[in-house]
Design a protein around this ligand. Structure first.
Ligand code: ADP
Ligand code: MG
Length: 629
């Protein structure tokens, strides 16, 4: 077998590749058998490439008949071989494609997983583009023999034990294509059994669009499920197909089978997964939809068929509207693609609307998993804003922490004279709940939505209205009626004088000082100025941009609070120093609750001084207090 026609060259893996290989070989996996799915998927990619090229490339014309994947085993030698007659690899491909990690986040993420001591869900391996190397979960040596499809291309043998190096030498091979030989470790010898291989293929690779032979017998179906009549598809087939397109182990939350004719011509099988990937906003997790043109596979990661905010949808779209041999760039911007995207978007939103109306439990699961992504659609797709807004779910001052409400349910509960929908932005429900700005709304039993998803800060400006009701922050809601005081209050010119003095003392720190209508129990609170941002939005802006200059906020004081009444008396009695200290403490307490007290040292110094005063023992008790201590 060793037809060496040139010297063997030894290559060193790059440092990060070595670490990755080490992780793959030394982690515990939930489903190691998926290495076979990854090898078959690579073979299928290679077959697709040669088929697509043969459509446009004279040289390859007619060379792509009988495209197939063959798997053979040698139980005694513990070898499993996966052979395809696809596009093959050049020497450069072998070095470049089989020597580096595809995505830069991969290593970091895998190390994070491993250091947290978890078993690694192998689903992630495929998602991160380290598919080929997953074979080192079960192998102590891998050999790749390959010949590129170009005329006269030489054949090469690539070998590696998955440690520091790999080797490449020239070899002989008849046609174009690739054979990957997996030398299994002793404990994984079971994968060199035909029945085991068949079982894995049926489970994970049943819908690969090329025939897969094991021991000369075709194992998979090769039948485009989406072209079958709806009634002829069984639940089992659907679930298996979902596993195949989505690389998911769990059943989907639901699916959509589409057959559209007319302005757009599509057959599609789309799925909504039951759970979101970890770190959902990382792009690696979303590979897009599989695109077929008249049953011919084009791409398995098309991201133009749906807008970004629906990128959680998995599945297949088969269309007659896009030409086969067209470049990605052209496809992206073609009017046909635009029409398809519009149609698919409408159908997916329709499915979600159906769940929202008829299956609230399923829809609640959806909202919990993908609600955040959906919200990004408010900015991305204004044409569907009303439909998206209707699909949003929030917790509120009327719901339990784990219970969501729709806007239509909110609207039904609105007071007869209530015009606006109120919300409070916060880092969490606990933080938002503690905001003094909610006091008025609580007393008046006005429902307030908690906007505590990190994405809410960005979604708010695009919310617009819901059925003619504006969304208004509790920080900005204009409150006409004074909160029921029922007690003495600083009023008239006394109040004016107090406010004037406070404005003077806080000039530069706040934009204004006002008498509050929204406070009931608390002394003071910070609110946004007329054109300013909510506290939470300010915080996020500062986090995102070091140079962000915060807009000054407005201090509101509660004229009927005992402390404000005392404060007015201090001012009127000419006790300037005490007035200054108490006033500063009131401001900084409000800033603290607002999450915007940046230098707490003075605050603590004053609090300590006040406590010393409050705890001064009365002369008579002091002896007792000391002796019992
Ligand atoms: P991915 O498939 O996500 O690109 P893999 O680690 O599975 O990542 O494969 C790495 C690369 O190796 C592929 O992109 C391809 O270029 C090459 N490759 C692997 N297997 C084959 C094969 N059977 N035929 C041709 N090229 C292959
Ligand atoms: Mg792959």
């Amino acid at each position: 077998m060793n037809d060496v026609t040139s010297d063997t060259q030894t290559f060193e893996y790059r440092a990060e590749m070595k670490r990755l290989l080490h992780l793959i070989a030394h982690s515990l996996y939930t489903h190691p058998e998926i290495f076979l799915r990854e090898l078959i998927s690579n073979a299928s990619d290679a077959l697709n490439k040669i088929r697509l090229r043969s459509l446009t490339d004279r040289e390859l014309e007619g060379r792509s008949g009988n495209l197939r994947i063959e798997i053979s085993v040698d139980p005694d030698a513990r070898i499993l071989r996966v052979t395809d007659n696809g596009i093959g690899m050049t020497q450069e491909d072998l070095v470049e494609r089989l020597g580096t990690v595809a995505s830069s986040g991969t290593l970091e993420f895998m190390e994070q997983l491993q250091s947290s001591g978890q078993t690694v869900d192998t689903e992630l391996i495929g998602q991160f583009g380290v598919g080929f190397y997953s074979a080192f979960m079960v192998a102590d040596r891998i050999e790749v023999e390959t010949r590129a499809a170009d005329d006269g291309a030489p054949a090469y043998r690539w070998t590696s034990a998955g440690e520091g190096t790999f080797e490449i030498e020239e070899t002989e091979r008849e046609g174009p294509g690739t054979t990957v030989s997996i030398h299994l470790t002793e404990e994984n010898a079971g994968y060199a059994q035909e029945y085991r291989v068949r079982e894995i293929i049926t489970r994970y690779s049943n819908f690969v669009s090329f025939p897969i032979f094991v021991g000369g017998v075709q194992v998979n179906k090769v039948q485009p499920l989406w072209r079958k009549r709806r009634d002829d598809i069984t639940d089992d087939e659907l679930e298996n197909f979902y596993r195949f397109v989505a690389n998911d182990f769990a059943a989907p939350l639901g699916h959509l089978h589409l057959e559209l004719e007319g302005r757009v011509n599509i057959k599609a099988l789309l799925f909504v997964p039951a759970s979101a990937p970890v770190q959902m906003f990382r792009d690696e997790h979303f590979h897009g939809l599989h695109l077929y043109s008249n049953s011919v596979f084009i791409q398995d990661d098309n991201r133009d068929l749906l807008p970004d905010y629906l990128k959680f949808v998995k599945g297949v779209v088969d269309t007659e509207d896009l030409p086969l041999n067209i470049s990605r760039e052209v496809t992206q911007s073609s009017p046909a693609m635009e029409r398809i995207r519009k149609a698919l978007t409408g159908k997916v939103l329709g499915l979600l609307e159906e769940w929202a109306a008829e299956d609230p439990e399923r829809f609640a699961t959806f909202s919990g998993q993908f609600g955040s992504v959906l919200k990004t659609g408010l900015a991305e797709d204004p044409s569907n804003r009303d439909r998206i807004v209707s699909l949003l779910r929030y917790t509120s001052t009327r719901t339990a922490a784990d219970e969501l409400t729709s806007l239509s349910a909110y609207a039904e509960r609105m007071h007869p004279d209530q015009k606006e929908i109120y919300y409070v932005l916060g880092a969490s429900r606990e933080v938002a709940e503690g905001s003094p700005n909610l006091e008025y709304f609580r007393t008046k039993e006005l429902e307030v939505l908690y906007f505590t998803d990190p994405i809410d800060v960005f979604a708010v400006p695009h919310l617009g209205e819901y059925r003619d009701h504006k969304f208004v922050s509790v920080e900005k809601a204009e409150i006409k009626e004074q909160a029921p005081a029922g007690r003495a209050s600083v009023e008239g010119s006394r109040l004016e004088n107090l406010l004037k003095e406070l404005r003077l003392q806080f000039s530069g720190r706040v934009k204004d000082v006002r008498a509050s209508k929204r406070l009931v129990e608390s002394v003071a609170t910070m609110v946004a100025s007329d054109h300013g941002l909510d506290a939470q939005t300010e915080r996020v802006m500062r986090m995102l941009n070091q140079d962000y200059k915060s807009e000054s906020r407005v201090l509101e004081i509660n004229p009927s609070h005992d402390l404000i009444q005392n404060l007015a008396l201090l001012l009127e009695g000419g006790e300037k120093d005490r007035f200054g200290e108490v006033a500063a403490q009131i401001l900084e307490s409000a800033l603290l609750l607002d999450g915007n007290l940046e230098t707490p040292a003075d605050f603590v110094r004053r609090a300590t001084a006040f406590m010393v005063e409050a705890t001064k023992p009365k002369a008579a008790d002091s002896a007792d207090a000391q002796s019992s201590a």
